[in-house]
Design a protein around this ligand. Structure first.
Ligand code: FAD
Ligand code: N01
Length: 531
């Protein structure tokens, strides 16, 4: 097929990353084309329309900071906005900055090959092939769903949906027999939202998760006014912080403070609600004994809420340290299990055997069902990239290069794949942070790098293999100083059968990471081979 058009950059994905890339690169004078297989912008917030879907980072901070006008004019209705409102926000951004004219929706990128003769990428998107100097993957860390390979699924006569690929039209639960498989953030939000609607709700749980109260509430004008008055300074603090979240971090060890002080700090954060809980004491994510103190605090709260002691114990997480799998944030999750029409089924010892035409068979029992919700997560961080045939300078496939796990320099680039950049890729703080902070930092860094190349008449940038090896080593070393690798988490690829086990995100913190990236840039993009 003939090459149709030459672009300076092709961006894959029109979520928050892709949209900000388009805006920034366009302002720098580049010709950009964005492709997304979705039929609207918004990425995560387009696909995850399941009941109860909302953010777990407060909306006043889980939002773009690049435009003072935008952040002042947009009004969030709740502390944690629900999915429709976040999708509206994404659409508003697309319209306000006139982004849509350069975005091709409903267009999947299936392959991309680097052409060393022209220092450009040839990208197959939809039915066309386009060429671009730079290829930027803004494909999302949680955009490729993971479905267990249950026998019989195709024969199920009821409705079955994955939370990450939810239909447009509302799914009816009222009076039906419903199952939810999976108790991560998506499962917990779905279960809490729909409880009471079905005639009977069965929750299939393999591993209980830690969930803390969100304390969601409407946002009044005065609170918004106050935050917005200090937005610029606040956003800068988040950029320099550990996780990009406005949370309390005591420079103290849980094991060293008096018990009353420990209890008071956790009580305070429990009342405040939200994700800050594991970061209050600095040893919680590093010392098993310290972690156990906070973990037991959460278990006590579960036992207080759940009436039936056996159910309460089943819901108490014990398999991994608190905070080493993404903490869940809920509004009344544990209370659901006091309802007569809700049943918790433990599938750890006796997994789901098969899907039958009329439901689920597990532990020798047949569950008759009308609707099954699969809240079984994602092929995270590498799934979307590995689905594309990305061929580098010598024709090698990225997914083969990453067969033992992803290899990157700064999470931004991979040796052998010139002029390819990744947004919130493995090896960067990414999913361990407020993603908006990390997205903006990556987009601005990439835009700065492309400016640097253009100003010097350079056409090629490639991560140096040795710099990449050192960075990967550093990422692994920092992770090994924490408790994170002790969890069989999606951070480490443990949720997808056959996926290599490697702790993917960078645990060094967004502030430190930003300093490293800025220093690399200031040093003439040290670790990149430019020509
Ligand atoms: P995405 O939003 O995932 O967008 C990537 C886009 O790329 C998708 O639209 C996809 O269709 C497209 N794409 C991928 N491959 C291709 C291809 N081959 N061809 C064409 N298009 C392709 N993070 C937080 O910090 N706070 C939160 O509160 C939070 N809540 C979340 C709630 C849910 C339910 C989920 C699943 C994730 C949440 N996250 C949260 C993480 C969230 O993914 C990021 O915050 C952010 O939205 C990611 O934006 P993105 O543009 O990088 O990726
Ligand atoms: O996915 P998950 P998710 N049989 O992987 C279970 C973000 N997010 O979509 O733990 C039985 O966390 C699996 O069990 P186990 C956030 O970053 C944010 O819920 O592997 N069960 C687990 O319980 C989050 O971390 C929000 O033993 C099976 C569940 O399915 C990330 O997205 C909301 C199974 C999957 O949990 C992913 O969350 C939603 C099987 N064969 C998502 N296979 C907010 O609140 C899997 N499971 C902002």
């Amino acid at each position: 097929m003939a090459v149709r058009t030459d672009y300076d950059a092709v961006v894959i994905g029109a979520g928050f990353s892709g949209m900000y890339l388009l805006k920034t690169l366009r302002e720098n004078g580049l010709r950009v084309r964005v492709f997304d297989r979705a039929h609207d912008v918004g990425g995560t917030w387009y696909w995850n329309r399941y009941p109860g879907a909302r953010c777990d980072v407060e909306s006043l901070y889980y939002s773009y900071s690049f435009s003072e006008e935008l952040q002042q004019e947009w009004r969030w209705t709740e502390r944690y906005a629900a999915q429709p409102e976040i999708l509206d926000y994404a659409r508003h951004v697309a319209d306000r900055f006139d982004l849509r004219r350069d975005i091709s929706l409903g267009t999947e990128v299936r392959s991309a090959a680097f052409d060393p003769a022209g220092d450009r990428w040839l990208v197959r998107a939809g039915g066309a092939e386009v060429a671009a100097r730079f290829l930027i993957a803004a494909v999302g860390c949680l955009s490729t769903t993971s479905m267990p390979d249950y026998p019989g699924l195709a024969d199920f006569r009821g409705e079955a949906h994955h939370t990450g690929d939810w239909p447009d039209e509302p799914v009816e639960f009222t009076g039906k027999r419903v199952a939810v498989v999976g108790t991560g953030s998506s499962g917990i939000q779905t279960i809490t939202a729909i409880a009471g609607e079905p005639e009977h709700l069965t929750v299939f749980q393999r591993t209980p998760n830690f969930s803390v109260p969100a304390r969601n509430r409407p946002l009044d004008d005065e609170e918004q006014r106050q935050v917005k008055a200090g937005y610029a300074r606040l956003r800068e603090t988040l950029r320099r912080s550990f996780s990009g979240l406005p949370t309390e971090r005591l420079e103290r060890n849980a094991l060293e403070v008096p018990r009353e002080e420990f209890q008071a700090a956790l009580d305070r954060n429990w009342r405040r609600g939200g994700l800050g809980f594991p970061g209050v004491f600095q040893d919680t994510l590093a010392d098993p004994a310290a972690n156990e103190l906070s973990a037991e605090y959460v278990r006590e709260r579960i036992r207080e809420v759940v009436d039936d002691p056996r159910t309460a114990e089943l819901l108490c997480p014990r398999d991994f340290p608190l905070g080493t799998k993404r903490l869940c944030v809920d509004t009344g999750y544990y209370e659901v299990f006091n309802r007569d029409d809700v049943e918790l089924v433990d599938v750890r010892e006796r997994p789901i055997e098969r899907i039958t035409p009329s439901g689920i068979r597990q532990g020798g029992r047949d569950f008759e069902l009308d609707v099954i919700v699969f809240a079984t997560g994602f092929d995270a961080m590498t799934g979307a990239l590995n689905r594309i045939d990305i061929r580098g300078a010598d024709g090698r496939l990225l997914r083969e290069e990453w067969a033992e796990g992803p290899r990157t320099y700064l999470g931004l680039a991979s040796a052998g794949f010139p002029n390819l950049f990744l947004v919130t890729g493995p090896g960067s703080p990414s999913v361990l942070s407020n993603m908006m902070v990390s997205i903006e930092q990556h987009v601005e860094w990439i835009a700065g790098h492309l400016r640097y190349l253009r100003d010097r008449g350079l056409t090629r940038s490639e991560a140096d293999a040795e710099a990449q090896r050192r960075w990967d080593e550093h990422v692994a070393e920092v992770a090994s100083l924490t408790l994170f690798p002790r969890a069989a988490s999606w951070y480490a690829g443990a949720n997808v059968p056959g996926k290599p086990r490697l702790f993917m995100p960078y645990v060094g913190g967004v502030g430190t990471y930003r300093e490293i990236c800025d220093a690399v840039a200031a040093d003439g993009y040290r670790g990149f081979v430019l020509s």
